[in-house]
Design a protein around this ligand. Structure first.
Ligand code: 5GP
Ligand code: ZN
Length: 117
């Protein structure tokens, strides 16, 4: 069922504390941790604790939780003292999604080209 932890999901395991991560923020509904392969000086992932497979599913299945994730991206940027930053949701393998648990990338601390490569 939507929202239930999945045994084979890396990010559900991070939420459960079964895989270590550098957690920078946590709320009742969300966790933010540093990306293991950072693409910028600040590269933090904000995820809902509940499992939803991508951003669109999260918005459809749990809109309040989607709002919680977005609010936390700003909180992360504030903590990191980022005036400018980019929030990215990769959706689908063609767009680079590799983990099927919704997550926002928060990237900052360097110049960011637009449009991205
Ligand atoms: P996606 O490619 O699905 O948009 O983003 C998945 C992100 O998760 C990638 O940027 C990748 O570096 C990161 N990642 C993959 N495995 C781990 C892990 O075990 N720990 C952490 N902290 N990040 C991970
Ligand atoms: Zn999951």
């Amino acid at each position: 069922m939507a929202g239930e932890a999945q045994d084979d999901c890396l990010f559900c395991k991070i939420v459960a504390g079964q895989i270590p991560a550098t957690i920078v923020r946590e709320t009742e509904t969300t966790v933010a941790f540093r990306d293991i392969n950072p693409q910028a000086p600040t590269h933090i992932l904000v995820i809902p604790k509940a499992h939803h497979q991508d951003a669109a599913a999260l918005a459809a299945e749990a809109p309040q939780l989607a709002a919680d994730v977005l609010r936390e991206t700003q909180a992360v940027a504030d903590d990191e003292k980022l005036e400018s930053y980019r929030t990215v949701f990769n959706t689908g393998s063609g767009a680079g999604q590799t983990v099927w648990h919704a997550h926002a990338h928060v990237l900052g601390g360097r110049g960011l080209e637009w449009p991205p490569g």
